[in-house]
Design a protein around this ligand. Structure first.
Ligand code: AMP
Length: 417
């Protein structure tokens, strides 16, 4: 039987990779400009990092984690997101001893056992940015400004920034109870999952996509009406700072995000060009996460961007595909050796060149050069070679010139690179 990739796991092929490189390069440029450094985390973590960090009663932890027991009997999980791991690394390496404020970013694959569909995969890439150690709302606005700046730089349009505040340990319990009382009255409308959520974690009902649940959610009490004074002040400041940065936003009181660790500010960027899975990026503040997973009480805020969704939105027209700069067409076995030498010299100079390995006819080699879209073909052979010359054909201009073999590499470098 032919072996194929696992459902929901994708290959990224060479003709798509240019877009990925462009996005990754832009991440590094923009994020580092905002003072962020890369922090690389492992793919596997102890399961409790996520069950404690993300929350037991979340879809991710309940249903979507790739968890297994290793040969030593440890329960391990393929990371479903990066924030918990980055927070663990910040604490484990006591980065706060160097400077309490740490700004870090990460790019890599995440794993969730979700139902695959367009824009939703079981292995998907995220771009992550986190700031640890600051509770000032200024930094909430700052990370949002960075996110929007990055999305602009990669050329995304028709985006909407949505913000909300999810309260804190002081005011969330009362809101949760209010919600529970509200949904209990509507429990006949709720799906089986939400009936369960009603008991374990009523906020999660907001994530449900079942039609009757969505109807029940429509007039549910809003979290922003239950914020304590501190949370209200924080949210007002975030909005003020976003205004200072001239960032437009809409308030979305039903946006609760799918992870339990969020406190206060939550935000999402949605695209009107995506289908059902329209969130390109999401994030928020998580002031209790480090206490849940470590032994330090330090605030944090960050976001994650879905790379596949982002890449599907890149403006068309911009070509990211690379082509060989020159195709070397050698005629005859003897000449192949000259072609090999030239090929490797060009490679050592960092110039992408191709040749024919099969000893095919000139016509067939020219056809391949055309298919590879090489702008130049260097022909080694025939009468010209006997005269100590090679022919360089410009495939676009359709003209050609002779180059003396003696300074082939130098002339070629000048012409094609
Ligand atoms: P989350 O970590 O759930 O807040 O997701 C952050 C971003 O990651 C989302 O806005 C999506 O763009 C992306 N994302 C989340 N889950 C998936 C998935 N299963 N497949 C593809 N992208 C995803």
């Amino acid at each position: 039987m032919e072996i194929k990739a696992i459902r929901g796991f994708n290959d990224i092929l060479p003709d798509e990779i240019g877009k990925w490189h462009f996005v990754e390069d832009t991440v590094r440029k923009v994020f580092e400009g905002f003072g962020f450094s890369e922090l690389r985390i492992p793919i596997l973590e102890r399961t409790e990092l996520f069950s404690r960090g993300i929350g037991e009663a979340t879809d991710i932890v309940e249903k979507e984690m790739y968890t297994f027991t290793d040969k030593g009997g440890n329960s391990l999980t393929l990371r479903p997101e990066a924030t918990a791991s980055l927070a663990r690394a910040y604490l484990e390496h006591q980065m706060y001893n160097f400077d309490p404020v740490a700004k870090v970013y990460f790019i890599g694959p995440m794993f969730r056992y979700e139902r695959p569909q367009k824009g939703r995969y079981r292995q998907f890439y995220q771009i992550d940015a986190e700031v640890f150690g600051v509770s000032n709302p200024m930094v909430d606005a700052e990370v949002i400004v960075m996110l929007i700046q990055f999305l602009k730089k990669v050329g995304l349009e028709k985006l909407e920034l949505q913000i909300n505040s999810l309260g804190c340990r002081a005011c969330r319990p009362a809101y949760r109870e209010k919600l529970r009382a509200f949904f209990e009255k509507k429990s006949f409308q709720l799906c089986a999952d939400c009936q369960r959520r009603l008991l374990s974690n009523p906020l999660r009902i907001f994530d449900c996509k079942v039609e009757t649940c969505k109807e029940a959610i429509a007039d549910a009490p809003q979290v922003t009406d239950s914020l304590c004074e501190e949370c209200q002040k924080h949210f007002a400041k975030v909005k003020e700072y976003l205004g200072d940065s001239k960032l437009a936003y809409t308030l979305n009181p039903a946006m609760v995000r799918g992870l339990d660790y969020y406190t206060r500010t939550a935000f999402e960027v949605v695209s009107y060009d995506l289908g059902a899975q329209n969130a390109v990026a999401g994030g928020g503040r998580y002031d209790n996460l480090s206490q849940e997973i470590g032994n330090l009480d330090t605030p944090g805020i960050g976001f994650a961007i879905g790379m596949e969704r982002l890449i599907s939105l890149l403006p068309p027209g911009k070509t990211f595909v690379q082509y060989p700069r020159v195709f070397i067409a050698a005629l005859g076995e003897e000449t192949q050796r000259d072609a090999y030498r030239l090929l490797t010299q060009l490679h050592l100079e960092g110039i992408w060149a191709e040749l024919d390995y099969e000893g095919k006819s000139l016509k067939s080699q020219m056809r391949r050069a055309g298919k590879l879209k090489a702008p130049y073909v260097l022909i080694l052979g025939g009468d010209e070679l006997k005269r100590g010359k090679a022919v360089l054909r410009d495939m676009e201009g359709k003209n050609q010139e002779e180059i003396p073999l003696a300074d082939l590499l130098k002339t070629l470098k000048e012409k094609i690179s």
